[in-house]
Design a protein. Structure first.
Ligand SMILES: Cc1cc2nc3c(=O)[nH]c(=O)nc-3n(C[C@H](O)[C@H](O)[C@H](O)COP(=O)(O)O)c2cc1C
Length: 199
């Protein structure tokens, strides 16, 4: 199939403000999965926050990464504070029907207040880390901090995956793989959300 011709627009990023770059790039690098990252603070209070600068980066060792910016007032996000302290976290994969929870979790709450409790979600113990998981998510990864990397105002967090939990009904028979169509993951798109589907 010959692609339809199009007029090309080129932009040098030196000519854009950081906020313009943010909006342009996040409208182009799509779809992005949503990591709902669970951590605990020094008093054991759980914290949840969504991140779309998120992906898998290696399998041996198994590593996931997500990138944390600062709060609008310049302060550190609770997720980063907790990870720096405890060096562990849980990454849950958000599904399309969970978009309202994701939006609610993205709103700032004072340090030490639980987004999970506010939404009435259920904690369940993890198997390999201290930080608990949230039962309502169909996939969760228990992670220990592998390393962090500062990129400008962001901190990229690499987590080594110790193990995963998933809804058994998603598993493809006789294979260690899940049916991603059945999962129906939530995807971050330009100015909103989408679903992904197989071609
Ligand atoms: C869909 C979605 C994706 C987001 N992705 C990111 C991200 O990749 N990096 C980031 O720093 N903040 C991201 N945010 C904003 C954080 O979730 C938000 O700042 C949150 O309040 C941080 O919570 P915390 O202080 O408990 O860590 C996103 C928010 C939403 C709703």
């Amino acid at each position: 199939m010959t692609p339809a011709p199009f007029e090309e627009l080129s932009v040098h990023f030196q000519d854009l403000k950081p906020s313009e770059i943010y909006h342009l790039v996040t409208s182009m690098v799509v779809p992005r999965p949503i990591a709902v990252v669970g951590t605990i603070d020094e008093n054991g209070i759980d914290n949840l926050a969504p991140f779309s600068y998120f992906n898998a980066v290696s399998s041996d060792p198994p590593c996931l990464m997500f990138s944390i910016g600062h709060n609008r007032d310049g302060s550190k996000k609770d997720t980063l504070r907790n990870i720096e302290k405890n060096k562990e976290f849980v990454i849950h994969i958000a599904t399309a029907d969970q978009v309202q929870w994701v939006e609610a979790m993205g709103e700032p709450l004072p340090y030490g207040e639980s987004e999970r409790a506010k939404l009435g979600l259920t904690l369940t113990p993890s198997q390999w880390v201290q930080c608990p998981r949230v039962k309502e998510f169909k996939i969760s990864f228990e992670c220990v901090l592998e390393k962090t990397l500062e990129i400008g105002s962001n901190t990229v967090v690499f987590g080594r995956v110790l193990g995963a939990h998933f809804d058994e009904s998603l598993k493809i028979p006789n294979k260690m793989i899940i049916d991603s169509q059945e999962l129906n993951p939530l995807a971050r798109m330009a100015r909103g959300y989408g679903k992904t589907c197989h071609l």
